[in-house]
Structures are given as C-alpha cells and as structure tokens.
Design a protein around this ligand. Sequence first.
Ligand SMILES: Cc1cc2nc3c(=O)[nH]c(=O)nc-3n(C[C@H](O)[C@H](O)[C@H](O)COP(=O)(O)OP(=O)(O)OC[C@H]3O[C@@H](n4cnc5c(N)ncnc54)[C@H](O)[C@@H]3O)c2cc1C
Length: 452
Amino acid sequence: MSNELAEVDPAAIEALATELRELLGEAAVSTEDGTLDRASRDGSHLSPVIQEQLPLGRAQIVAYPATAELIAATVGAAVRHGVPITPRGKGTANYGQTIPMAGGLVLDTSKARTVHEIGDGYLIADAGVTMLSLEQAANKTGQQLLMYPSTANSTLGGFVSGGSGGTGSIKNGLLHWGMVEELWVVHAVPDAELVHVTGDEAAKYVHNYGTAGIIARLRIGLEPAQDWRAFLASFDTFEQALSVIRPFAVLDPTPRLVSADLATLAEALPADDAIPAGRASLRAILDVASLDAARKLVEDAGGRVEDIREGAAASMKLSMISYNHPIEWLQKAYPGTYFHVEVSGDALVDRIDEVHAVYDGGMLHIEAQRERPIGMLAGRYSSAEEVYAGFARLEALGVGYHNPHQWFVDFEPERTAALAATTDPQGLLNPGKLVGAAVDTGSQIADITDRS
Ligand SMILES: Cc1cc2nc3c(=O)[nH]c(=O)nc-3n(C[C@H](O)[C@H](O)[C@H](O)COP(=O)(O)OP(=O)(O)OC[C@H]3O[C@@H](n4cnc5c(N)ncnc54)[C@H](O)[C@@H]3O)c2cc1C
C-alpha cells in the first residue's frame, strides 16, 4: 500500500535550506534524494504491521548540526519557516518513531558527538555521541554506563528519547528511573536556545520521541566499572534455561545482562561455537565474583557452561544479540515470516507452553530483570488483526505486553501533551507521534515500564 505523503511548501524548504547552509555550511545540509530516503527510514522493518503501511513520510531536507548550540539554531530557523522537525540519531527506533510523517526537516544529531566532561559518577555529552563510544570513554576513567541498548551504536539522545533499557537494566532499571540527571533541550520557538532542565523537569523529556523538545546535550549518571565476563551456557531444553532466569537475576553482584533463547531462535543468531545447534542458549554478562554461583546454577539445572570470555568486546558482543536483536536475526533467517510483541511477567517462566501457544509458531526470547522477566514473543505473521487478538490471550495469562506496531507516544502521553502545548505551540516537533490519551495504543505500558 502506498500512502499520500504530507509535504511542506517547497518554497519554505528552499528558504530554510539557504538559511541552514549559511548557518551550518554546505556539507551539513542536504536535499539530495538518496539522503532524504535514508533519513526517512528507521528500524520499523521489525514490524510487518508497520511495513504494510510504509511509506509513512519522507524528509524534504536533512541537516547535521555539529554542536548542541547549532541544534538550537537549526530548530529556530525551521520554526521561523514553519517547517516540521523530526529529530534523528541513528534511526534505529523500531516503531516508526523516527519517520518524518509530515515531511519537512530531519534534524540528524549524529555529528554532534562531543563528550564535554567525565567526572566522578557522571558525564556530559552532546546528543549524537554513540552509546558504544560513551561506554568506552567511561571505561577509561574506571567507570561504566548505567545501561545501554543492544543497538549500542545508536545515539545517546536517541536512546533517551526513544529507547527504554538494555544491558545494565537488571540492576539499574529502565531509562525512566534515573539515568538522566540533566538535559539541555530545545523548544520549537523562533528564537530557540538551549534550555537547561534538571531532575523531575528533565524526566518530562525522556522517552517521548522529541515531541516536547529536542535534546541537545545530556548529563547522565555513571557507576564504577566492574570486571565483567561474557558467560555462555546451553541446555537440552528451553524449560531448563528458563528455570535459571530468576535465580540469575538475583546473583550477587547483579549481572549486567541475562538472555535466553530456545534452539530455533538461538540457531538464527550469528554463528558461535558456544551457541551449539539444537540447544537452548543462555548468555550473560557476569561480574567475575559471581561466576562460580552461575556455573552451579547452570549445572544443577542440567545445562553446561560453553565458554567464559574476558574483555569488553566479548561482553559487548552479547549485548548486541540481546533484547530485540534475536528477533531481527530470526527475521533475517526466515524473511517475511515473523512478528513480535514485547512481553513481561512471571508467566513467561511459569506458563511458557501457554505463552508460546498464544501465537502460531510462538517463540519467546527472554531477558532477566529483577522484578519480573521481560521478553519478545515472536509468532508467524498472518495479519494485524491476529497480532491484536493475541493481546487478550496474553492478558488472560497474566502477561504484560507492549504493542510495538504503532508509533504513538504511550509513556506519559498526557504529561507530554501538556508540556508540548507550551514548548511546541505550533505542533512542529515530530508530527504524528503525539496524540495525548486520545488513541488506544493497545499496550499495557505500565506492565512493561513500572518498577512496582
Ligand atoms: C534490532 C533492534 C534492537 C533494539 N534494541 C533495543 C534495546 O536493547 N533497548 C532499547 O531501549 N531500544 C532498543 N531498540 C530501539 C532503538 O534502537 C534504541 O532505542 C536506540 O537507542 C535509539 O537510538 P537512535 O540513535 O537510533 O534513535 P533514533 O531512532 O534516531 O530516534 C529515536 C526516537 O527519538 C527521537 N530522537 C532522536 N534523537 C533525539 C534527540 N536528540 N532529541 C529528541 N528526540 C530525539 C526520534 O525522532 C525518534 O522518535 C532496538 C531496535 C532494533 C531495531
């Protein structure tokens, strides 16, 4: 299906292009077709439901401001020309959040990657720096990030605006619970500038896709570095792997990551001798002090430890095949076959056969969390209706779910709408994503995001 795409008056785009070229330099502004196409895609290929609706929007101009101050100046120029602005980091968001649905300007932050300061327990960086380079920079000072996503090459601004958690979340929870200490945000006003917000005020800009302000610079918390090991184990059955998920979550010191897959999902991952064919796989990033306890848990459950690897790169490799990544690999192995739903709850362990039966070909990828496991439930795709019909069946099993097949802000939508009414009075920021509480997004978002 091809949609009629929204477009801004080309004369306004031309005028904005002239102003931005003056401000940022020729190389930092593009209206070239290939660039516009690339800036209009994100990770929504993960959803066959969204894929059926593509294209949902196309950029008319892309700008690459290289500092937080230039991000503010770029926003101001776009507002003065009445051009919608869709902020973009690396464009890996998997719900279509990064698609410029009203056309206009894609403000790509990926060149704004200065790390300004790393102190005891914190760092300050511009929005476009990647999570991977921040982790490496923190490591050099004997510290580590509180969390980073499996898309470790994505940007800090994009993760805070569109992501939720990942490696580090077993101990430190999801983004909404305190990684962000201070923000310098830009509102959609003609004389846009950096607005410094802290604490609860800063929290209002987290995970709402830039609809209330563009994040230009951030101060985030760090913790002391630990001596991590990449730990790979395998089991005859997925049930055996599941039986250690909750005990692994409470190992002391807390693991940075614990992921498990049944054999079919594990076989779709990149080849690794420690992920043997035909066996359920468990992969964890463990503090060296917890290795003996972890080995005992695996062996008592009938599994075997395949390998224990040293070095940051080995752990990062496990991060990059966690969370949504096994689903992406599954889709690569079986093109056009699978969709997924984000799920949570003890039923993922206690009622796995019933959970798998919710969808035809159901397969769970699971991640340990301290409160309750979370995961991605894959199923064979037939129609959007079938996907939605499964939500009631999940609910009946006591499984929390989040619908990854829609792009609306569904975390604190009313709070964001109230904020955006003052920070984006013309509705120019990432149009199409913020509908307040008006739309039923088919998610029990609280079940995925709440700590209580
Ligand atoms: C295979 C796969 C695995 C993933 N794994 C994880 C995971 O483990 N954990 C997780 O949380 N997410 C995950 N994601 C989702 C996504 O990759 C991450 O959230 C990532 O950190 C987003 O960063 P980005 O730079 O790509 O942001 P983008 O996709 O560019 O942007 C994300 C959203 O934020 C907005 N935005 C971007 N920059 C800014 C800014 N500076 N200010 C305001 N708004 C902005 C965009 O408009 C968009 O709405 C995964 C996605 C895929 C496809």
